[in-house]
Every structure is written in structure tokens, then in C-alpha cells.
Design a protein around this ligand. Structure first.
Ligand code: ADP
Ligand code: MG
Length: 330
């Protein structure tokens, strides 16, 4: 069973039309009717050893914990407003907590996103090993505002739309490869890509600037192709991606092409925005990107049909398969 089969089977129920929920499970955020405006709500959990490496700089962990949530708000075009923080701690380490809070709250302050509540517990020791505790766990629920009429989901892509992505992809995966010893980067290259793994910058300004311009959006957390597949499925369309058009940093572009392709197309942890817009809106996309001071690149198109096709530089479908990240795939 995959992560998404599991969610579909046990946790997806037909939404009840109760005047509150506009959309629910299946998108980056749920949209709630809050009177004059809509509230976008998202929840993301980080576990030591899975989402960040043991011993990672606590200020970076604090930043990333909130950043991944703000990235979901950005996909929905929401302005961040507040968040709730649930912590499972193996121990109360004041120095660690001070740096964690500093990193998290610095990002929160930049976006005017207030911490309004949460929960704090101690994780238990594991069986006979009194000195080994369950892993550090951080769960955040964040909320943002969307003006009525500006709702945007993964489900709005239409045939004829173009596919766009912000920034560049694959650097976080490259930094992870270095940390795991899968390859060794020169010090300067490592210094360039490491912050992209440890301290991603959520594309909040772009998400807001694309209100009324983008027909659909998702933030890239599990790898470009897997996340495109979510948009294609929710929108009921087919998507074609040009592999060579997918933007990469100079550091990633200097790697062997098969590795650079794999990391850019399916690396994950990018927290860039993937979005679609009608072809006639391409000038409006560029204007929005300029207003948000965020680079964007056109990487493909939306067609009638279903599924995702990756094209090589000659426009032929690539034979190679790329799998997105899945917590439970066998
Ligand atoms: P994201 O990467 O944007 O956080 P995911 O792709 O991980 O979203 O999750 C897909 C959808 O499933 C989201 O709408 C998310 O809110 C929902 N979801 C994930 N886990 C659960 C759960 N345990 N119960 C209910 N909904 C869930
Ligand atoms: Mg998301």
C-alpha cells in the first residue's frame, strides 16, 4: 500500500456540505468558509531521522518545520496568518529549544504568522533501552487567508494550459546525497545547496501574486513528477513535461546528466510552486513572478487525457521511469 492509497482508503470521506468545508482531503490545504474570507488550513509533521538528519542545526529545523507548512499555504494562494505547534521531545534541552524557536519564529515574523497554540509532550524511552528515546517529532498546523473568489486548488488545470515551476529543482536532493555519502561535493558547491535542503524558502509572495492567474497549483514536496501526477489526477487532464526545460542550479547542472535529471524530476523537498495557467495568461504569469521577485520557467503543457509524459529534448517520450517519494511504498 502506498502513502496515497492509505490516505484514500482510511481517511478520505465524502465532504459534508455543512457550510464550513469548501474543500478537504486531497489538496495542499483545506478551504474553510470564514464569512468575508476563506481560511486555508494545512498540517505537516517532521520526524528526526526522516525529515531532517539527527544533529541538524536546531534553528534550521525550526525554520523548515514552519516553511513546509507555509509552502502549502503558498500553493493555495493564501496569506499566512497563524499556526499551532505540537512537539514530541525526547528531552528538554534548553539550548536546542532556544535555537529551534529562534529559527521558527524568525520565519513566522517575516510573514506575520502568529503562533497561537499547540501541545508539548515527552516521547517515551524505547523498551529496555532507558537511554534511547522515541524520535523528536514536530507537527504544525498553519492557517492563511484567501479572498473570496480567489480559491485555487490542485484541480483547476485545463487542456490548453501551460505548466510552470518556480525557482530551480533538485538542489535539496543533491545536498541529501552529499550528507548520505552517495557522492561528495566540493565545499563551495555543498555550501550552495545545503540551505536548500535545511532551510527552504516558501514561495508565499508568488502564491499570492498568482491569484486569479494560475488555474491550479501544488507545492513540490515529494518530487516534481509525483506532484504533477497529483495535479493531473485531481484536474482530470494529461500533462506533458519537457525534461530539459526543468530548471536546475549551476551546481546541479554540473553533475552527470542522468543524476541531474533524476534529482530535478523526482528528488523531492524542493518546496517550489508548480502551477498551470492558460496560454493567453503567460504575460500575466511573468508580471506576477516579477512582482514576487521569483523566477519562473515554463516546463510543459496540459492536454486532454490522463497521466504524465516526460519528453526528451527531441520531443520523444522518455523510457526511463522516475518515482516520487512515498513513505510506505514497498
Ligand atoms: P502535502 O504534501 O501538500 O502536505 P500530501 O500529498 O502529503 O499533501 O497529502 C495529500 C492529502 O491527504 C492532503 O490533502 C492531506 O491533508 C491529506 N492527508 C494526509 N494524511 C492524512 C490523514 N492522516 N488524515 C486525513 N487527511 C490526510
Ligand atoms: Mg503540498
Amino acid at each position: 500500500v502506498t502513502e496515497f492509497e492509505l490516505i484514500a482508503r482510511f481517511f478520505t470521506r465524502p465532504p459534508r456540505r455543512d457550510g464550513l468545508a469548501i474543500t478537504g482531503v486531497g489538496d495542499d490545504c483545506a478551504l474553510l468558509d470564514a464569512g468575508e474570507r476563506l481560511l486555508a488550513v494545512t498540517s505537516d509533521m517532521l520526524i528526526e531521522g526522516r525529515h531532517f538528519l539527527p544533529g541538524c542545526d536546531p534553528a534550521a529545523v525550526g525554520h523548515k518545520s514552519l516553511a513546509v507548512n507555509l509552502s502549502d499555504l503558498a500553493a493555495a494562494g493564501a496569506t499566512p496568518r497563524c499556526f499551532f505547534l505540537a512537539l514530541g521531545l525526547p528531552r528538554a534541552d534548553a539550548a536546542w529549544l532556544e535555537a529551534f524557536a529562534r529559527g521558527m519564529l524568525a520565519l513566522a515574523d517575516r510573514y506575520g504568522c502568529q503562533l497561537l497554540g499547540g501541545d508539548t509532550t515527552r516521547t517515551p524511552t524505547l523498551g529496555a533501552h532507558a537511554d534511547v528515546s522515541g524520535p523528536l517529532t514536530i507537527a504544525i498546523t498553519a492557517m492563511g487567508e484567501v479572498p473570496r473568489g480567489s480559491e485555487r486548488t490542485r484541480g483547476g488545470a485545463r487542456p490548453g494550459d501551460e505548466l510552470w515551476v518556480s525557482g530551480s529543482l533538485g538542489d535539496a536532493r543533491l545536498a541529501l546525497a552529499h550528507a548520505r555519502g552517495e557522492l561528495e561535493l566540493p565545499a563551495a558547491d555543498h555550501a550552495a545547496v545545503r540551505p536548500r535542503m535545511e532551510q527552504p524558502e516558501p514561495r508565499v509572495a508568488l502564491g499570492v501574486a498568482l491569484r486569479g492567474v494560475a488555474s491550479s497549483a501544488i507545492d513540490i514536496s515529494d518530487g516534481l513528477l509525483g506532484d504533477i501526477a497529483h495535479v493531473a489526477a485531481r484536474s482530470g487532464v494529461a500533462v506533458e513535461v519537457e525534461a530539459a526545460a526543468v530548471p536546475r542550479s549551476a551546481v546541479l547542472a554540473a553533475q552527470p546528466v542522468a543524476l541531474a535529471d533524476a534529482f530535478a524530476l523526482a528528488g523531492g523537498d524542493d518546496y517550489e510552486l508548480l502551477f498551470t495557467a492558460p496560454a493567453v495568461a503567460s504575460a500575466a504569469v511573468r508580471t506576477a513572478a516579477q512582482a514576487a521577485d521569483t523566477p519562473v520557467t515554463r516546463i510543459g503543457r496540459v492536454l486532454v487525457g490522463s497521466g504524465v509524459t516526460v519528453l526528451d529534448a527531441d520531443g520523444r517520450p522518455l523510457a526511463r521511469r522516475f518515482d516520487g517519494f512515498d513513505h510506505f511504498r514497498a
